[in-house]
Design a protein around this ligand. Structure first.
Ligand code: FCB
Length: 453
């Protein structure tokens, strides 16, 4: 069926610094928590790290050409904090400024609007050594960093995403330990969540004090359903929804932490880390909310649940089970585009009046290069289904203004290293050759038509 997105709809592709850049010339980037984590045996699959990644630091002109060929009017990337401030504080490093200036100019020359994420998972190691996100000072350091970045980009960039997926940084980084810095301290994870949100609020204020900008935060929001009708499962679903979605949405969009979540967490924390004025800063008006959507979750809370597939990411819920059903991606995540419609309509209902952008959506599959081509029909199906699902939400009244595919390039998928490929463009990590997949051609047609015929 032919579908058209609203006029002016933003089409884009997303990446993040640590996942694509590589270190660059010796001494040009400080150490981040991902460098340290990846160097620890057994933490990242196959011992992979971000030292070279897609070598985007050197190959960005070719990558900008790939974007131009896609025809997207926008590109979302993140700046590496440890490239711009090796120690996480002080004046910005000139080599780092020059790199991002060249990148931004190359984008603008081709009419591609830069969307800059200020924090995407790669905290400078010296700040982790000083306490990391569980320490309040990190939020203040981040606000300073955000102001400095906006200062040098202000004349060329008007779109900023403060923090990407604070849930991941806080809960995977400090509770389950699956991501850097790999700590397993649930109470620290809650402090980290608060300080990531505070960092967002303070950064927003700092950015706006420099020059006008369109700014927001990106959250990973997903529907959470009980695996059965058992009341224990229903309660587990409420708790997981609270910790995944509402713990972040409510402070940002309502200026308060959800009461039931605070109650659930009371054995771990009294939320005493919330100082006067914090929630006002965190809920300062934003221009948009970014949503990263991959898959819905099904949750068991009963003791006879199937075995837990992963360490608990949820403070206070050690026995929690997750379930992925039906078709799955190479990550093992279930493919269910109705969850995207549900997420967008839920946001429209529960948190009205904030423009929405899908800042990440996409899928990893076990792509194969055959005769110089990657015929990734499964990825095309995934994207097709999710775009139709997003369109359905618009028809139902969601104020969705744009869509960014994750990702432009195959890249370093955190603890999964280079084993999971999310790109529209295939990367041969040995030769650094890029091959646009069939999905890139398909996406170019969608962008050009502003929908489907
Ligand atoms: C998101 C991250 C992004 C990428 C995708 C697959 O959680 O923001 O960097 O790894 O997942």
């Amino acid at each position: 069926m032919a579908l058209r997105f609203p006029p002016g709809f933003t089409w884009g592709a997303s990446t993040a610094a640590y996942q694509i850049e590589g270190a660059g010339p010796p001494g040009s980037r400080g150490t981040s928590i991902w460098d340290t984590f990846a160097a620890r045996p057994g933490r990242v699959r196959d011992g992979d790290n971000g030292d070279l990644a897609c070598d985007h630091y050197h190959r960005y002109p070719e990558d900008v050409q790939l974007l131009e060929a896609l025809g997207t009017g926008a590109y979302r990337f993140s700046v590496s904090w440890s490239r711009l401030q090796h120690a996480g504080r002080g004046p910005l490093n000139q080599r780092g400024i020059d790199f991002y200036s060249r990148l931004v100019d190359a984008l603008l020359d081709r009419g591609i609007e830069p969307w800059v994420t200020l924090y995407h998972a790669d905290l400078p190691q010296p700040l982790e050594d000083a306490g990391g996100w569980p320490a309040r000072d990190t939020a203040l350091r981040f606000a300073d960093f955000a102001a400095a970045v906006h200062h040098f980009l202000a004349e060329r960039v008007t779109r900023f995403i403060t923090v990407n997926e604070p849930w991941c940084s806080a809960l995977l980084g400090y509770a389950s330990g699956e991501h850097a810095p790999g700590r397993t301290d649930p109470a620290a994870a809650l402090r980290a969540a608060h300080h990531l949100l505070l960092g967002h609020g303070l950064a927003l204020e700092a950015i706006r004090s420099i020059a006008p900008a369109q700014a927001g935060i990106t959250l990973n929001v997903a529907p959470v359903a009980a695996a059965t009708e058992h009341p224990d499962d229903a309660d587990a679903a409420r708790r997981v929804d609270g910790l995944t979605n509402r713990l972040f949405l409510d402070p940002v969009l309502r200026g308060e932490y959800p009461e039931d979540v605070v109650r659930d967490l009371s054995p771990l924390s009294n939320f005493g880390f919330t100082a006067d004025g914090d929630l006002a800063a965190i809920s300062a008006p934003m221009d948009f909310l970014g949503i990263n959507y991959y898959a819905p979750q099904k949750v068991y809370g009963t003791p006879d649940a199937p075995p837990v597939e992963q360490p608990s990411r949820y403070p206070g819920m050690d026995r929690l089970g997750f379930h992925h059903t039906g078709r799955r991606t190479a990550m093992g995540w279930s493919i269910d585009a109705s969850g995207l419609t549900g997420t967008l309509t839920r946001l429209t209902r529960d948190y009205p009046a904030i423009p929405l952008y899908i800042t990440e959506n996409g899928a990893a599959f076990d792509d194969e290069v055959t005769g110089g081509q990657v015929l990734d029909h499964d990825r095309i199906d995934y994207l097709d289904e999710h775009l139709r699902a997003a369109h359905a939400a618009i028809t139902a009244g969601a104020d969705l203004r744009g869509y960014f595919v994750w990702s432009l390039l195959d890249n370093f998928e955190w603890d999964q290293g280079y084993s999971k490929r999310f790109g529209l463009v295939h990367v041969d990590y040995a030769s650094q050759e890029r091959i646009p997949k069939l999905s890139a051609k398909w996406y170019r047609d969608v962008v050009q038509a502003n929908g489907f015929d």
